[in-house]
Design a binder for this molecule. Structure first.
Ligand SMILES: [Zn+2]
Length: 387
């Protein structure tokens, strides 16, 4: 029988169970004896818990270790279809909803237009209905194995309450997203800022797998950041840690949409650049490719400030890797062409060569996969809570 995680809190808190599950997730394929070595648990204890994980359909046996002297050992891996997660990405350009496996594969998805003229609760009501439609679409077998729902939103969100404090681009203030959706859907719902979900997803499934001390700089219509230490997302006192877009870099600069002058995002994000040059961002980059002076000036300045941002986050977090993500970086690679050289101009000597610049690996479904990673991360970190 699959484990009913939704109502089984007692079981969720079982430390060793989730510790082993989390190690299997990290190592992808691992044997019982390797797990025993890593955890300093006895082979018997590991065996018992693995049996439980296999019975609960969360772990499967896959082949054997190869080419080593001595006895061959059976390898274990996460059963991708042992449980499922619903991932939701709320964005002004549209709402994406997907059922995602425990290994980050999208198996079914739906979309919903984001109508900015509708009230927040109206939109959330439509979203709840759309989620139910998606669950009907995938069928009862999968529906029964849904652990929880993850929602990513580009704004300030309280944690763990999942209340939106502010999403300027949606005109949302004080919206109880988590409470509302949990009431409507009868699932546990996790809500967090989208930059965190991007970093989590790349750490679980993408290009940041090997880096547990890392930061993400996200450049899109605004600028956001996220940081991870020992594989744990850092949240700060009010879950606002990483709001680097509003670091003041020029007190005499132009006015940001936050009402203050010279924030980082006034130099690099698409909405601010568009406002300043009165051109769509695609046109700015097209003019840059044609080597037009005004566009070269704007893009070089954006690059400089992105370099400064990298240097500043390096000083604060001393990460092993910096993930550069977001539509501005992924759609317009010329923005980051020489960004390593640029940031090197500003990075303090002791930090030089101390970090890698990394780009995302997860493609077009990164929003929903990220939202599902938020759930999986919470689910796996129960083991850490119990230490
Ligand atoms: Zn600002």
């Amino acid at each position: 029988m699959p484990l009913n995680l939704k109502y089984d809190q007692g079981r969720i808190r079982k430390y060793h169970y989730f510790m082993l599950l989390s190690l299997i997730q990290k190592h992808k394929k691992i044997s019982r004896s390797q797990l025993a070595q890593l955890t300093k648990m006895s082979n018997t204890s590991v065996g018992k818990i693995i049996k439980e994980l296999i019975n609960d359909e969360l772990v499967v046996e896959v082949g054997q270790t190869e080419g080593e002297v001595g006895r061959r050992a059976t390898l274990l891996e996460i059963n991708p279809t042992g449980s499922f997660i619903v991932g939701v990405e709320l964005d002004k350009s549209g709402i994406q909803i997907a059922v995602v496996t425990l290994t980050g594969e999208v198996i079914e998805k739906r979309q919903l237009a984001f109508d900015i003229d509708k009230s927040a609760y109206n939109i959330l009501g439509e979203l709840a209905e759309e989620i139910l439609r998606l669950l009907d679409q995938v069928g009862v077998d999968i529906k029964e194995k849904i652990i929880a729902i993850g929602v990513s939103i580009p704004g300030l969100i309280t944690w763990p309450e999942g209340r939106v404090l502010r999403v300027p681009q949606f005109h949302w203030d004080n919206i109880d997203v988590k409470a509302y959706l949990e009431r409507k859907l009868d699932y546990v719902v996790y809500v967090d800022n989208h930059v965190r979900t991007v970093l989590l997803a790349e750490n679980l499934y993408g290009s940041m797998k090997d880096f547990n001390d890392s930061v993400c700089i996200y450049v899109g219509s605004g600028v956001g950041g996220a940081a991870m230490l020992n594989g744990e997302i850092l949240r700060g006192h009010r879950n606002m840690l990483g709001e680097i877009g509003h670091m003041t870099l020029d007190p005499q600069g132009v006015m940001c949409d936050c009402g203050r002058l010279g924030c980082l995002q006034t130099f690099v994000c698409s909405s601010e650049i568009e406002k300043q040059v009165q051109q769509p961002i695609q046109e700015v980059f097209a003019a840059f490719e044609r080597q037009e002076d005004w566009a070269i000036r704007i893009i070089s300045r954006a690059r400089t400030y992105l370099g400064l941002a990298i240097s500043n986050v390096i000083c604060i977090y001393n990460p092993e890797a910096v993930l550069l993500a977001g539509p501005m970086i992924q759609e317009f690679p010329s923005l980051v062409q020489d960004v390593a050289v640029e940031s090197d101009k500003y990075v303090w000597n002791p930090f030089k060569d101390s970090f890698h610049l990394i780009y995302p690996e997860i493609g077009k479904d990164s929003g929903v996969i990220g939202a599902s990673a938020l759930v999986l991360n919470e689910f796996l970190r129960f083991s850490n809570d119990e230490i």
